[in-house]
Design a protein around this ligand. Structure first.
Ligand code: ADP
Ligand code: MG
Ligand code: MG
Length: 883
């Protein structure tokens, strides 16, 4: 099998479809070359070689050297130069490229092939000695950093010293001789630190760089990134070797990055930044502040430095054409890197651009409208999880706020938290449950874990495409970058802005949509969901099969759920209605009552309150189905535990304190979650489900009369394990329904069903479905009981399971399709074998998790139910699952 794939001069061995073998960068370079775009020629060493390299004790496979030699000749011929030629040297970049883009994770070496002799050749050929030595010093620094493991600060310090000594401020003030002298110093640094000279042998340089790219797959920051993004360790990276083009040859040269559409708003306009007379990563590194590419963007930002459109109109026009071509070819917004050498444009990279959720929505709907993608493809373009970002609050525009300074709106959304200055602090405080804002002068890949832990990110330097901005957008974290007036003092744990000093721990707010940095906390508002969101949801609704309901018991949640498009309530937890004021007292009175008649007295007080609650819910959900679960938790959850509370409760209930304490002791259980709860309470105290059923039916009747659109109440019996349990309770509910119908003269439509949350119930579904009219999978308890794993205690050790690879997902977050899922499947099949029209739904936390929703589709459930804020996520996920 071939180890090396070539690209350039209008052709390529590979293409965009080969990213597994060539990595993303290599596959797309090949694709661009085949499209006839101006790509410097080069070749890709495959990911297979990387895998073989690690499998074979860090040795390159046989035959690789020869293939690389030949490919180097191919590049040399294409550009008319030769690798190592003293008169006319070919220089190359050595670039990493994994299957999926890992921004800034892997290392790149530019200008490789320079040594003391070839640098003279380059100087003569270009007739520009300054450029040649500028390239050489860059090369020594990068190579020493990436390949030899010497900290780049060593070289930056030497440069600073040199400038100070010679009273210079800017790099542009250094002459050819200055750079040549620095090159000598740099080589001396390498000699001093490593005890051997900087490699003059260009082949040693090349193989050193290729090996280093492979090795960088295992750097700590790369490992962290893969862990955070679930990227398998064994993929490996490809290496791209490519002829250098130079953005640092003078004022007609430049380097830049661009998006074919605006990555923040999605607007269909070329958006990007560039630096004149610069090379490689200068733009991203935030060393100089870049200029805008398009004139429109420059004007909108009020920047007074000229745009690329003005200074290099031909290159700009070509860039714009290429962007159109790329979009048509890839049918998606692209993120590109380019260099202009003496007015000539060269493409160095393209990939699908990271974007905010807002932009993702606009781009997907625009591309659909432009006919570049289908409606279904448009739906698949949005990660349901991403929608979450949109549904969250924004700063209240009318709120008073003390704006300290304004930076670039690098990633939208507002965040408030305690100020920290190091990624480690961010992580520590986050683990304590605190919200933090991470403020850095600029960020680098070493900061990723802290950025992940932070609610928001603030930087003093860097543009819209800086590391901080790109990573924050990818993570969905609000970010303000390049807040120039901000000065951060790491040592003093403080920062100053707008004449104020803030210390570590002070609360600040950032608004990533406007760039504002604000002292203290600012009230927030619900976001406006725009036309693109609506369009996407409409498409999702056309495509999906499963219904989406919400878990809600308060009128507020129910209203929110309807606004987000819920088609009913899948779980109304009645006990949540008992945890406040007067109700708690009535509930406690019932629990401590000596006998049934005592309980009935207390229940009679609860009935009207409960009826009122349901009435409101039924009105909000007019015409939709609504599943109400009967009382579920162990009774002791309603009782007082603290001494003072016990005393007070005894007084309020008018019972003897000692008696109350006895009752409390009686109710104590060793394992309450497996104790006297759920339908077991209804078996012992049938007057409870009777009261609840009455409240439900009376309210449903009244709401139906008021709204003219009656709900269909679905009364749900929790924690059933035996058909006998269910049958007994159902008989009471039916009897109550008849009574209410007789009293009101209205015959109501309703259903009685059960939650499937005990494994036995799943297995006995055939029998239970004889009388149950619906099943709702309570996957929280079902997971807990299938695994024998307490949801409330698993946090302390599940991490060990995940880090050892014993499980890949927390089963309480994503449904365990293999085990718990099999029970769901069994119950569905057996239930439907008895009752073909048995309604099936899910109401655990999993109902809002896209992977679990896909599973629900595969078993043919009728609906999923989730928290109100997850409803749009579930609508999209259900659509994707149906495609
Ligand atoms: P990353 O994956 O970190 O973006 P790249 O391999 O894309 O790393 O390299 C970083 C930058 O180096 C590129 O954006 C480009 O500006 C510059 N670069 C890479 N290869 C070349 C080349 N052959 N000629 C000129 N510049 C290059
Ligand atoms: Mg890099
Ligand atoms: Mg790149």
């Amino acid at each position: 099998r071939k180890h090396v794939y070539r690209f350039g001069a209008g052709a390529a061995d590979g293409g965009a479809g080969m990213r597994n073998l060539l990595g993303g960068k290599g596959a797309n370079l090949a694709e661009m070359a085949s499209l006839g775009l101006p790509v410097p020629p080069g070749f890709t060493v495959t990911t297979d070689v990387c895998t073989a390299y690690f499998a074979n004790d860090h040795q390159f496979p046989a035959g690789l050297k020869e293939e690389v030699e030949k490919a180097l000749n191919f590049i040399g011929e294409a550009v008319g130069a030769r690798f190592g030629d003293n008169q006319n040297p070919l220089l190359v970049s050595v670039r990493s490229g994994a299957r999926v883009s890992m921004p800034g994770m892997m290392d790149t070496v530019l200008n490789l092939g320079l040594n003391d002799e070839t640098v003279e050749g380059l100087a003569r050929r270009s007739d520009d000695r300054r450029f040649a030595f500028d390239s050489y010093r860059r090369f020594i620094q990068m190579y020493s950093d990436v390949v030899l493991g010497l900290d780049h600060h060593l070289f930056e310090q030497a440069l600073e010293q040199y400038k100070n000594l010679n009273a210079m401020e800017l790099d542009t003030e250094l002459s050819a001789e200055d750079w040549a002298q620095l090159v000598e110093r740099y080589k001396q640094i390498v000699q001093d630190k490593l005890g051997k000279p900087f490699p003059q042998d260009i082949h040693e340089q090349l193989w050193g760089a290729i090996g280093a790219v492979f090795e960088s797959w295992h750097t700590a920051r790369a490992v962290t990134y893969r862990r955070l993004h679930n990227i398998p360790e064994d993929w490996g990276t490809a290496v791209n070797v490519q002829a250098m083009v130079f953005g640092n040859t003078g004022d007609r040269s430049a380097t830049g990055v661009a998006f074919t559409r605006n990555p923040s708003t999605g607007e269909n306009a070329l958006y990007g930044e560039f630096l004149v007379n610069a090379q490689g990563e200068d733009v991203v590194a935030g060393i100089r502040t870049p200029q805008y590419i398009s004139e429109a963007a420059r004007q909108a930002a009020g920047d007074d430095r000229p745009s690329l459109e003005t200074v290099m109109p031909e290159a700009f026009a070509e860039l714009r054409d290429i962007c159109l071509k790329l979009e048509r070819n890839y049918r998606d917004m692209q993120d590109i890197e380019f260099t202009i050498q003496d007015g000539k444009l060269w493409m160095l990279q393209t990939r699908a651009g990271k974007r905010t959720t807002k932009a993702a929505l606009k781009i997907a709907t625009d591309l659909t409208a432009e006919g570049l993608i289908t409606k279904e493809e448009g739906l698949l373009r949005i990660d349901p999880e991403q929608l979450d970002q949109l549904l969250h609050p924004m700063l209240d525009p009318n709120a008073k706020k003390e704006v300290l300074t304004t930076g670039l709106p690098a990633s939208p959304g507002a965040a408030t938290g305690e100020l920290v200055f190091t990624p480690d602090e961010a992580e520590t405080l986050r683990n304590l449950g605190k919200s933090v804002i991470l403020a850095r002068i600029e960020t680098s890949p070493e900061d990723i874990h802290g950025m992940h832990a932070a609610a928001g990110i603030l930087t003093a330097r860097g543009g819209m495409t800086s590391h901080a901005a790109v990573v924050a957008r990818g993570m969905g974290r609000p970010c303000v970058s390049g807040a120039k007036d901000l000065s951060i003092d790491y040592e003093g744990h403080k920062m100053t802005a707008g004449g104020r000093t803030l210390h570590r721990g002070d609360v600040i707010t950032i608004d990533g949509s406007t760039g504002e940095v604000i002292a203290g906390e600012v009230p927030t508002l619900q976001p406006e969901l725009g036309a693109d969101f609506q369009q996407l949801m409409d498409h999702a609704d056309e495509v999906r099969r499963m219904k989406v309901r919400a878990n809600a018991e308060t009128p507020r949640d129910a209203k929110q759920a309807r606004e987000f498009g819920a088609e009913g309530i899948g779980l109304c937890r009645t006990e949540h209605m008992f945890f406040e004021g007067e109700r708690t007292t009535a509930m406690r009175e019932m629990i401590v009552a000596d006998d049934e008649s005592g309980r009935r007295v207390a229940l009679a007080k609860i009935l009207p309150m409960q009826r009122q609650d349901f009435l409101e819910l039924f009105e909000i959900m007019a015409g939709l189905p609504l599943t109400i679960r009967l009382l579920d938790p162990p009774l002791h959850e309603f009782l007082p535990h603290e001494d003072s509370d016990i005393r007070e409760t005894a007084q309020r209930l008018g019972v003897d304190e000692a008696k109350l304490r006895t009752r409390l002791a009686q109710l104590k259980e060793f394992n309450p979650m497996l104790g006297h709860r759920g339908c077991r309470l209804a078996i012992s105290y049938p007057e409870i489900p009777e009261m609840q059923a009455r409240a439900i039916f009376e309210a449903a009747t009244e709401a139906g009369q008021r709204t003219g659109a009656p709900v269909v109440p679905e009364v749900m019996v929790p924690l059933v394990g035996l058909a006998g349990e269910f049958n007994e309770i159902k008989a009471r509910i039916d009897a109550t329904a008849e009574e209410v119908a007789r009293e009101t003269g209205v015959k109501l439509e309703y259903q009685v069903g059960t939650m499937i949350e005990i494994p036995r119930a799943a297995l006995r579904a055939k029998e239970i479905a004889k009388s149950a009219e619906f099943f709702s999978f309570g996957t929280n308890d079902l997971t807990q009981m299938t695994y024998g794993l307490s949801r409330d205690d698993s946090g302390s050790f599940l991490g060990d399971y995940m880090s050892r690879g014993i499980i890949t997902n927390d089963p309480f977050v994503t449904l365990d399709a293999d085990g718990v899922g099999e029970l769901v499947q069994i119950a569905s099949e057996r239930g439907r074998a008895t009752r073909t029209d048995l309604k099936l739904g899910i109401c655990g936390e999993h109902g809002g998790d896209p992977a679990s929703i896909a599973f629900c589709e595969s078993v043919g459930l009728d609906y999923v139910s989730c928290s109100p804020y997850r409803v749009p996520v579930a609508r999209l996920a259900a659509a994707q699952a149906a495609l």
